[in-house]
Design a protein. Sequence first.
Length: 275
Amino acid sequence: MWVDVSDPALPFFDEKTEGLLETRIFLATSADGGQTWTAPRLMDVNPITMCTPLTGPVLVLPNGDWACQFEINKPRGYLPPWRHSAVIMISHDQGRTWPMSVVTANDPVNRLFYWDQRIGNVGDGKLLDLFWTFDSTTATYLNIHARISSDHGRTWSELWDTGAAGQPSAPAMVGVQDDLIAMAYVDRAGPPAIKVRLSRDCGRSWPAGSELVLHDTTRVQTLPKATMGDAWKEMGRFSVGLPVIDRLSNGDLLVVYYAGGDADCTDILWARVGV
């Protein structure tokens, strides 16, 4: 995710116009397990002309296609009507071209923002997408929402409320033969905490009884919010977040996240969870 910060006086988010600094996607590839990388190259997202902040890594889909996940945001100074959207672009040739774009979530009236989509392969060719969901009218966060695709990201089910509140990771399969899935997430209702929950119905529900707390803190980092600008200011205070969860070869789960006492002083931490 490349951002034009050539003028450091400009904020990333312009509260007056709700626009972002120019944001683009650059891609690099490695053929030796991450030891060396190609030079970053600009991704062609035509016909999209808005800002395109990344929301996660490029995914290799069950059918071999690649999917690049990002959001469509309003550029700074853009005045016409617009619609925030979570999007994937699909490549059939390992990232050389991206001919297909699919909107994974948006709100026709631009009230609900489906931020930070997190997509995971959940077996049988299915993709589960989890969203950190914000109501811009009430300036409140809703529960994590989700939807599922059974055709390699081409079409998606109706959105549903997962019943869990927070900022999610991509889901990870726990087993290889059933619908047992794990999600790590940040619960920011009070002092931020990194938690894990399990779903036995492929993400439809995440019972509170399955919850495990991996990391908690004592200082609340949320602010009273009345506008979208307040939400962006609040994000600048976060010093705990961005969990990633995956299944290890022995069936345990590995969770990686950042945490620290202040937003400008954080560590990268990990936890191993037996299932």
